[in-house]
Design a protein around this ligand. Structure first.
Ligand code: AMP
Ligand code: MG
Length: 332
């Protein structure tokens, strides 16, 4: 009898707290941590990992077998595309146009010249940058449903949007398997499915752009939260910091008055593209862009450490630690 009670007790306990399945992997040049709640979690995580590997194999700029590599080395000839690459390119090109080229997925020759692809960092001469910028123009990308044609000197880099798209695909996969609660952290691209198993929202921390600790926390559910920051990838030379987000107008790291920007919306691809674009735009243009669209929210940290937060997310955002004393402006 006593044994039966213990078993029943365990069953009841497991009934109210679904099992958490977690895996950590290195993909798309970042550490990813995936947590899925529910009984079939382990199988679903394996499916997620395989989906990530497939998408990485399509989108990588350095993998000689990827579709993007093939396009970049096509010498002006059309290349056929899988549905995933075609879908991501379409969304990315729409964002390039809508952000007036603050996002430009043809920035690859410039990204490579700075060494951000290989880690062999250097500071290109102004003349070299001017030459390379002639190759940067997303309007030259010819895309239809199944194929892509790039002029011979134009090269793509999907680094600004690939993780957001991957998060969307994983959330759709999990939803189709009946999962109702999951947290997927793909580096700075965080994707939530439903709420926590107890019904409360997820607490998503925003990293401090100082490098250690957190600047704040967002309480959200069923959405993506994507951050771009100058602290995420950079090198230093002669006391100067050079980061990986470049202004397509100048070819140099964007100095727009922003230390980091976090975008919150249902669509992860949009969040990822906008996090990069709004970092390039700076606070004033970012605010104007938000006022025109209002289909996403953001938390932006200015160079002086002050916060600019859109009205739609202000109640769900709390600064943390020493950041609580920083100015916070709500944009409405
Ligand atoms: P994210 O971390 O999402 O902001 O994306 C930054 C990555 O996108 C960089 O590592 C580059 O590969 C690429 N990139 C940098 N600047 C731009 C830009 N202005 N538009 C599009 N891609 C960019
Ligand atoms: Mg991005």
């Amino acid at each position: 009898m006593k044994r039966l009670c213990v078993v029943l007790g365990l069953l009841l306990l497991s009934g109210c707290a679904p099992t958490a399945h977690t895996t950590t992997l290195l993909a798309m040049d970042t550490v990813m941590e995936l947590t899925v709640y529910g009984d079939g979690g382990a199988a679903e995580l394996a499916e997620c990992e395989s989906c990530i590997r497939t998408l990485e194999g399509l989108f990588s700029v350095t993998d000689a077998n990827s579709e993007i590599y093939a396009a970049n080395h096509s010498g002006g000839q059309p290349v056929s595309l899988s549905p995933d690459t075609a879908a991501l390119l379409k969304d990315a090109l729409d964002l390039c146009a809508d952000t007036d080229g603050a996002l430009d997925i043809t920035i690859y020759p410039v990204v490579r010249a700075w060494g951000f692809t290989t880690g062999e960092y250097r500071i290109p001469e102004a003349g070299e940058l001017q030459e390379l910028l002639q190759q940067v123009d997303y309007t030259k990308v010819a895309l239809d449903d199944t194929s892509l044609c790039l002029p011979s000197n134009v090269e793509l880099d999907l680094g600004a949007v690939a993780k957001g798209y991957t998060g969307d695909r994983l959330i759709a996969l999990l939803r189709a398997r009946g999962v109702t609660s999951a947290l997927l952290e793909l580096g700075g691209s965080v994707h939530t499915l439903g709420a926590k198993p107890d019904g409360s929202p997820w607490s998503i921390a925003i990293q401090s752009p100082d490098g250690a600790g957190y600047a704040g926390v967002l309480e959200v559910q069923d959405c993506a939260v994507v951050t771009s920051g100058g602290y995420q990838r950079y090198f230093e030379k002669d006391g100067e910091t050079y980061w990986h987000i470049l202004d397509p107008a100048t070819g140099v790291p964007a100095h727009s008055g922003v230390r980091s920007v976090t975008i919150v919306a249902a669509n992860g691809t949009r969040c990822d593209g906008l996090s990069t674009a709004l970092f390039v735009m700076g606070p004033e243009r970012a605010a104007a862009y938000w006022r025109e669209h209002r289909d996403f929210d953001f938390v932006l940290i200015r160079d002086d450490g002050s916060f600019l937060v859109t009205a739609g997310i202000a109640e769900q955002f709390s600064p943390l630690d020493t950041w609580q004393t920083h100015d916070l402006e709500i944009l409405s």
